[in-house]
Ligand binder design. Structure first.
Ligand code: 5CA
Length: 456
């Protein structure tokens, strides 16, 4: 993509309304535009990242055996009256009336909607187990929307719902999502730590929040330092097998949010304890028959007896993750995207757009990289080198290739790694080789055979 044609409305000044790095950088890098409090348009660069995050979330849901559907954003109030949550949910729920004066609402979550689908179609224990998910916009009229997409009113969530005949089946489903979440966040380059949590308006008695560590996170968290050394992706996962040992292993390591942590009763010595800041990016719940019983989602059990479906729900804040990724990956100059979600892998800078030789060389590199399937954003604009460097650093593409008359005279271009800051002059061929042959390897999990080492 040529920057001269691309819609990238970067801001030179720091927007005054942004209090945290991710909000400031998303506005400055032209990723989002506020529409009203907590509601945003996603511009080109922001949407590219959002879609990449969404794709990784989807792949890991599929891998765990979850099946994608798409439920509406607007739901009938009636369903929420059946579960008893219509009044409980309070002012966070946006209530709407249609032209026939029917009460509707913009879904803050979808337990009721999925329970309605289950009761319509799932009639026998033989139809279970099922794990359904969708990736859909939610609306919560938060009292204090803030920090950009991190606490929005309209936000994109992946929410999955499990349907099982008994508690053992439901726990297996819970474990599947537990594992899938650890894998999802690890693939995004984030260290996510599951912590026991309150169930709030969703309900139930088993729940974990997944919290990623970031210096600017909203809440204080504490964890065993061994968490920092874990490699979730090293092990093979058989989702059909017994996942309880995996669950036990990852819940045995101490981790607690500020509210739950009590230094006096902490089970590990202070020398093993890491104190950090965290952002909640996922939350999973097991709530049994909380919705199925009042809503009549009942199946025939093995002896024909009626059994309410055992359920759980599993959320990931997809749009929040874009902000969280920036909180965990930035410096004074801007964003530093992990390879897995970078909007483009390479930023190609032509330092002298008016110099025919530079232009020809940069055009050629751009053409070859694009043809080789490398995602390149090519700064072909007639701007000062300083402005081009600043824009590239701000938008945080992992690799930069700088083409200019001086280097070309010596037969070289400059490669810069955005994260390490390391620069290296190299021939065009070597740069090309490095970018094409060292393209991010297909994720280890994409292969069929994986090492067993990290299995408990
Ligand atoms: N029904 C359950 C699970 S599907 C549920 O709604 N859980 S939740 O309330 O914890 O939300 C799931 C995830 O959505 C959270 O972990 C968080 O990452 C994200 N999220 C929640 N509220 C917001 C918000 N206001 N802005 C951005 N993301 C949010």
């Amino acid at each position: 993509m040529r920057l001269s044609e691309y819609f990238l409305p970067v801001l030179r000044e720091n927007p005054s309304e942004a209090q945290i790095a991710s909000h400031r950088l998303m506005l400055r890098a032209g990723m989002i535009r506020q529409s009203s409090a907590g509601i945003y348009s996603w511009l080109r660069l922001g949407l590219r990242v959002l879609k990449k995050v969404e794709a990784i979330v989807r792949e890991e849901q599929n891998r765990a055996g979850a099946q994608e559907i798409l439920m509406p954003t607007i739901q009938p109030a009636e369903l929420w009256r059946e579960s008893g949550r219509y009044d409980d949910y309070g002012k966070e729920m946006l209530r709407i009336r249609d032209r026939h004066d029917r009460e509707m609402l913009y879904g803050p979550t979808n337990e009721e909607q999925v329970t309605e689908i289950a009761r319509a179609f799932v009639k026998s224990y033989r139809d279970l187990h099922k794990l359904l998910f969708h990736i859909q916009w939610k609306f919560r009229d938060e009292v204090r929307p803030r920090f950009g997409v991190m606490r929005g009113r309209e936000f994109l969530m992946k929410d999955a719902y499990s349907l099982d005949i008994d508690a053992a089946g439901a726990k297996h489903a819970y474990n599947k999502m537990f594992v899938a979440y650890l894998r999802t966040f690890a693939r995004l380059g984030l260290k996510a730590i599951p912590m026991r949590a309150d169930t709030g308006p969703i309900g139930g008695d088993l729940s974990h929040e997944f919290i990623i560590l970031a210096d600017t996170g909203e809440s204080a968290v504490f964890c065993d330092r061994r968490w920092l050394e874990t490699d979730i992706l090293a092990g093979e996962i058989d989702y059909a097998g017994d996942l309880e040992p995996f669950y036990k292993r990852w819940t045995a390591l101490y981790a607690a949010t500020d509210e739950q942590h009590d230094p006096a009763s902490c089970p590990i010595p202070a020398s093993d304890l890491v104190s950090a800041r965290g952002i909640e990016v996922g939350h999973i719940f097991y709530f049994g028959d909380k919705y199925s019983r009042p809503m009549g989602a009942v199946v025939a059990g093995p002896d024909g007896e009626p059994v309410p479906i055992e359920m759980g729900s599993y959320g990931i804040g997809v749009s929040r993750l874009v902000g969280a990724l920036i909180e965990a990956n930035h410096d004074a100059a801007g964003i530093i995207w992990p390879e897995s979600v970078a909007p483009f892998r390479v930023g190609l800078i032509n330092l002298r757009a008016t110099d025919p030789r530079s232009r020809q060389a940069a055009d050629e590199i751009y053409g070859k990289l694009s043809a080789a399937g490398v995602e390149v954003l090519y700064d072909d604009r007639d701007e000062s080198p300083g402005a081009k460097f600043a824009t590239m650093d701000l938008i945080g593409l992992p690799e930069q290739v700088v083409v200019g008359p001086r280097g070309l005279a010596a037969g070289t271009v400059e490669m810069k790694n955005r994260r390490t800051g390391q620069r290296q002059d190299m021939s065009i061929e070597s740069a090309f080789d490095r970018l094409v042959t060292c393209s991010p390897s297909p994720h280890p999990a994409a292969g069929k055979k994986r090492a067993k080492s990290a299995q408990p």
